[in-house]
Design a protein around this ligand. Structure first.
Ligand code: SAM
Ligand code: SF4
Length: 328
């Protein structure tokens, strides 16, 4: 295990159609109660144990992590743990107001901001009529001005939805220097009405982008790097593709995911997690918690992405955890 993703809140101020569609997560949907969330103390304790077991990278996510009250206090504590990388994925809508306190809490924090289009109309449709491109761009600019380095942009492209935004996003990334990562549209959770026909495969994206901006493959930074990276031939930065649908990487996956209520998952497409909150709250020792976590990792045999089409055709896969519960 190397890479831990922690969902700090299951709520979100957007209703992206590919993640938490409005029709399923309307006003009356009941999210976790505050007492069910892992406390900052519990998150920090568990993180230290994961680090003892080999974790080198920690990413905070959600739901929308900037909705978690006093997130900067958690970051201050996590910043003191020795790891290679502390990162946070956000939809960027609240970033302009929080960039300064996030930076003061952890000035080495790496930000990833999700942005699927620069077109306000398309954005509105994709975010479930929440937020705006202008506000996200303002947040990214504020983060940059505050001192954040290496800001990344995540974009999910869906056929018939935002394919017209591909080259705009590439141009934005080249102009600003923010590294763009295209993530293939995935069948996460159970309610995003995923169809394989709506997936724009990385190889098709690559071909389209390379015909306008010549690219050369970049050498992977480390074993198990999920993004396939390419450099622009003219030296104006790089771009990456995460191809979990067209080129699954289950075999080299080193990720673990901790849900807001303290369940540990070994796959984004898992159905069940292992409850760590109960033993934590019942007074388990560090050694006991390490034993539980190690057993989960040793038993890991997830291969959902490699068998996706089999599951789809048999329709036998039990309901999966939702993306907003364990984060992307
Ligand atoms: N709310 C934050 C955000 O949107 O950045 C963090 C949580 S979100 C679940 C993390 C990432 O998952 C985002 O970049 C989002 O685009 C991605 N994501 C959500 N649903 C997806 C799907 N069906 N396929 C591919 N990526 C998805
Ligand atoms: Fe919220 Fe992020 Fe999911 Fe969009 S992708 S609904 S912003 S959690």
């Amino acid at each position: 295990m190397q890479d831990l993703r922690i969902s700090v809140i299951d709520r979100c101020n957007f209703r992206c159609t590919y993640c938490m569609p409005e029709e399923d997560y309307g006003k009356h949907y009941s999210f976790l109660q505050k007492k069910e969330w892992l406390t900052f103390g519990e998150i920090v304790r568990l993180t230290k144990l994961f680090v003892q077991l080999g974790v080198r990278k920690v990413r905070l996510t959600g739901g929308e992590p900037l909705l978690r009250p006093e997130l900067n206090q958690l970051l201050t504590q996590l910043a003191q743990i020795t790891i290679d990388d502390l990162a946070l994925t956000t939809n960027g809508s609240l970033l302009s107001g929080q960039a300064k306190e996030l930076f003061e809490a952890a000035n080495h924090l790496r930000l990833t901001v999700s942005l699927d289009t620069l077109n306000e109309e398309i954005f509105h449709k994709m975010s479930g009529r929440r937020g705006s491109v202008a506000k996200v761009l303002e947040g990214i600019q504020k983060a940059k001005d505050t001192g954040f380095k290496n800001i990344k942009i995540n974009a999910v492209i869906q056929k018939g939805v935002n394919t017209t935004s591909i080259l705009d996003l590439v141009e934005y990334s080249r102009q600003t220097g923010h590294i763009l990562r295209f993530i293939e549209y995935m069948d996460v959770g159970n309610c995003n009405h995923w169809e394989s026909t709506a997936v724009v495969k990385s190889k098709d994206l690559l071909a389209q982008i390379a015909s306008r901006y010549p690219l050369i493959p970049a050498v992977p930074n480390y074993f198990g790097e999920v993004a396939q990276r390419y450099r622009f031939l003219d030296g104006k930065g790089e771009i990456g593709f995460i191809s979990s649908v067209s080129q699954p990487f289950c075999g080299s996956c080193t990720r673990l995911r901790l849900s807001t209520d303290g369940k540990l998952y070994t796959c984004l497409f898992a159905c069940d997690g292992t409850d760590l909150r109960t033993p934590l709250r019942e007074g388990a020792t560090d050694a006991q918690l390490i034993t539980i976590i190690s057993k989960v990792w040793q038993k890991r045999a997830d291969k959902y992405s490699e068998n996706r089409y089999l599951f789809q055709s048999l329709k036998t896969h039990p309901p999966k955890i939702e993306m907003y519960q364990i984060g992307g």
